[in-house]
Design a protein around this ligand. Structure first.
Ligand code: HEC
Length: 228
């Protein structure tokens, strides 16, 4: 018992150092996103626009490079800092998000979270907010596990056989409607209506293009093992 404790503590030290150490913040390439002006918005300007999906993508890498070391990969908190998937969806959570993002948090002279307003721009802030808001809740994919596994297996088999999407047109249509139905049922932790998950990403990848089977299979391989 004692020995186990020592090992556990020793193993926890490197990650604590990493969590609060001077990890250089990573610049984000937000050039593909439309400008949002100088003045800070009270509401995510990308939500509900054509660029929302792009903002989610840009925000995913920005989050994982700048925030994950404290808040957890993919927004899944390991307990060092709050789980940001839980921030309320829509305007209700936006102002608070922007406040913390810009100014961070200092308690008794100790910086618990650095402010990012000198490091990342407002476009980056709202991209990260977009990403967090549409994260699936814990266990949100579990009810669909068996169905998703079967679909994944099928896509991998076709892709490994080198089949073109055209050969399986009807079956792919059926898979697309299944994925779309499941997407509509995946819950977010924030209360946002639609989750961005491995299911919606696989659906988007299955667009009938030449590499679509391979791309969708890969998205599911990576996404479903990460969800484990
Ligand atoms: C050095 C660790 C660290 C980093 C890096 C960090 N945060 Fe934080 N963050 C914290 C801590 C600790 C808190 C809790 C502060 C408190 O008690 O209110 C927090 C709180 C927050 C909150 C308020 C959450 C709530 O539930 O009230 C938001 C929003 C937030 N962080 C966003 C971000 C974003 C976005 C990034 C990356 C751009 C980021 N943080 C990077 C440590 C960090």
């Amino acid at each position: 018992m004692k020995k186990f404790l020592v090992v556990a503590i020793a193993a926890a030290i490197p990650s604590l150092i990493l969590a609060h150490g001077d990890v250089t913040p990573q610049a984000m390439d937000t050039s593909a996103l439309p400008d949002v002006g100088e003045d800070w918005h009270f509401e995510n300007p990308y939500r509900g626009s054509d660029t929302f999906d792009l903002a989610i993508k840009v925000g995913a890498s920005g989050y994982n490079q700048n925030c994950a070391r404290c808040h957890g990969l993919g927004g899944v908190s390991g307990g060092l800092a709050p789980d940001l998937r839980m921030l309320e969806a829509n305007e209700s959570g936006d102002e608070w998000f922007a406040e913390r993002f810009r100014f961070g948090y200092t308690q008794n002279g100790i910086t618990k979270m650095p402010g990012f307003d000198q490091i990342l721009d407002q476009k980056a802030a709202w991209a990260i907010r977009s990403y967090l808001e549409v994260r699936p809740a814990d266990g949100a994919l579990e009810p669909f596990d068996a169905e998703l596994r079967a679909i994944h297996e099928q896509l991998v088999a076709w892709s490994e056989a080198g089949d073109s999407a055209a050969v399986h047109g009807n079956e792919i249509d059926a898979i697309r409607s299944k994925l779309s139905e499941i997407t509509g049922q995946i819950k977010t932790a924030s209360g946002a209506e639609t989750a961005d998950s491995v299911v919606s990403q696989a659906l988007a990848a299955l667009d009938g293009s030449e590499n679509s089977l391979k791309n969708a299979a890969e998205i599911m391989t990576v996404g479903m093992s990460a969800a484990k």
